[in-house]
Design a protein around this ligand. Structure first.
Ligand SMILES: [Cu+2]
Length: 234
């Protein structure tokens, strides 16, 4: 793909699709950086070694990754590829000479693969692994389930909470309305034992702000299910 074709592809894509994940807030700590297209390659590089194809950055919840453009015209798009149902749900943004920096803060634990749309078939891909904060205290002997929040409560927008997992397994945090309908899935992942922060952005699964009212935040960790009420005030 020539330079012009690459630029044309990226310009054309973002003339028809929204840019996702760019925020004016850059308060979070940048814990790691990917170079985008170093040495005219079709690579995201974070280990300084272009012969490793898919690099992985490991960070903690609440930290940010910076993608720094070096050459070519690329995108930074979350997902394993264009056929991933999650594609572009967190971020989908150009990385070009006109948009040379992109910073994204990861607020949930888990593994987030990403790729470049025009160079998907060249394996221009990378991975961010986001871990929770380490458990404090005796493993398995501490608290299980909610450790904090949800706060603020009532809230006009987002609510935050903390939870602890005593043994590895599937963790789900979901929001139900007073009629028992599930309106949002905050988290549904396998997690290691540890303490984690989480945030509900106050939105339903279709992205709309949840209506004012009472909701139930249900947390399901291995060995325990807990529910806490949350009031949304608009
Ligand atoms: Cu690319």
């Amino acid at each position: 793909m020539s330079e012009d074709a690459m630029r044309g592809w990226v310009d054309d894509w973002f003339s028809k699709h929204p840019v996702m994940g760019r925020s004016s807030s850059t308060a979070a700590v940048v814990a790691d950086t990917f170079l985008v297209g170093p040495a005219a390659s079709f690579r995201f590089d974070t280990d300084g070694n272009l012969s490793t194809v898919v690099d992985t950055a490991k960070i903690q919840v609440g930290q940010a990754i910076l993608w720094r453009w070096i050459s070519g015209s690329h995108t930074v798009t979350n997902g394993t590829g264009s056929s991933d149902p999650q594609v572009g749900s967190l971020f989908d943004t150009p990385s070009t000479s006109l948009a040379p920096q992109f910073q994204f803060t990861f607020n949930s634990p888990g593994t987030v693969p990403f790729f470049c749309r025009p160079h998907e078939l060249s394996d221009m891909k990378g991975v961010v692994v986001v871990s929770g904060t380490a458990t404090v205290g005796t493993p398995g002997g501490g608290r299980i389930g909610f450790t904090a929040g949800p706060l603020p409560n009532p809230s006009r927008s987002a609510v935050s909470f903390g939870f602890a997992v005593a043994k590895p397994g599937r963790v789900r945090a979901e929001v139900f309305d007073v009629r028992g309908r599930r309106i949002a899935v905050i988290l549904d992942r396998s997690l290691e034992a540890g303490s984690y922060p989480a945030t509900w952005d106050g939105r339903t699964r279709d992205g709309a702000a949840a209506a004012a009212g009472v909701y139930y935040l249900r947390l399901n960790v291995p060995g325990r299910i807990q529910t806490r009420p949350v009031t949304i005030a608009r």
